[in-house]
Design a protein around this ligand. Structure first.
Ligand code: G3H
Ligand code: 13P
Ligand code: ZN
Ligand code: NA
Length: 283
């Protein structure tokens, strides 16, 4: 069934597990995500970035996800990932997304609050959940020192003010994760996560979770993370599978066999994450 984001994450918050939020941009990735969720009886969030929205056509990808979600035996939310463009945010509401992220993390605190609040007010009126970001979650390519990185981490006092002023449903925080594959070994600021969670008590979102160790993931879940974003690990499984399959099967040219095989590889990754997050058998 297609449900709102907060319906899924409020339960995860109460029972202490995390739900996977997996990025899609086409039919096969969406099938891999929703089939995995059904096979493990896990709630799931299917998310679309602005890049994916533009690539697939927002209406097209929304219709693919919504159709599969409505027929699914488990709760599925359709989420806009890192919404920054007002037009895309509005169109995602119109196309039936049940959760949207407004990412104003590049703005100073007062402006991030003001912009986020505007989106929350609109989303509330149509019963759509909202995620926002405080602190800056970088990319692994960012050439910044440790002290510069820490300056980008979420400040617990600011987090309390931000949530009180905006009324967001879940908050993405910066504690040392990064988008894309990690170059070195990431060191997460678990103390900061613990303090933010104890002061907010609301669902917390971890971005950049591809490439994290099982130990770090489990610790983050234990300390209160309830939504975990995974994109890169799926992309890498997809690409490795297509590369190997074409190499091993020189005569193959049917997209269904190439992508069908890649779908299996993506499902293996997605199911492992769902079990690691503790979301299996929670539907
Ligand atoms: O936030 C990053 C996600 O992995 C989306 O990436 O903007 O290339 O679609 P993208
Ligand atoms: P990864 O690049 O680590 O998969 O992070 C994805 C993400 O945070 C999407 O918002
Ligand atoms: Zn992200
Ligand atoms: Na990452």
């Amino acid at each position: 069934m297609l449900v709102s984001g907060i319906e899924i994450l409020a339960k995860a918050n109460i029972d202490g597990y995390a739900v996977g939020a997996f990025n899609t941009s086409n039919l096969e990735i969406t099938q891999a995500i929703i089939e995995s969720a059904e096979e493990l009886n896990a709630p799931v969030i299917v998310q679309v970035s602005e890049g994916a929205f533009n690539y697939a056509g927002g209406k097209n990808i929304a219709n693919i996800v919504k159709t599969m979600a409505r027929d699914a035996s488990v709760p599925v939310a359709l989420h806009l990932d890192h919404g920054r463009d007002f037009g895309i945010l509005m169109r995602s509401i119109r196309y039936g997304f049940t959760s949207i992220m407004y990412d104003g993390s590049k703005y100073p605190l007062p402006e991030n609050i003001e912009r986020t609040k505007r989106i929350v007010d609109m989303a509330r009126a149509v019963n759509i959940s909202v995620e926002a970001e405080l602190g800056k979650i970088g990319g692994t390519e960012d050439n910044v020192s440790v002290s510069e990185k820490e300056a980008m981490y979420t400040d617990p006092d600011e987090a309390v003010e931000f949530v009180k002023e905006t009324g967001v449903d879940y908050l993405a925080i910066a504690i040392g994760t990064a988008h894309g594959p990690y170059k070195g070994v990431p060191h997460l600021d678990f103390e900061r996560l613990k303090e933010i969670k104890s002061r907010l008590g609301m669902p917390i979102v971890l971005h950049g979770a591809s490439g994290l160790s099982e130990e770090d993931i489990k610790k983050a879940v234990k300390l209160g993370v309830n939504k975990i974003n995974i994109d890169t690990d799926i992309r890498q499984a997809f690409a490795a599978s297509v590369r190997a399959y074409l190499d091993e099967n020189k005569d193959v040219y049917d997209p269904r066999s190439i992508l069908g095989n890649a779908k299996k590889a993506m499902k293996d990754v997605i199911k492992k994450k769902m079990i690691m997050f503790g979301s299996d058998n929670r539907a």
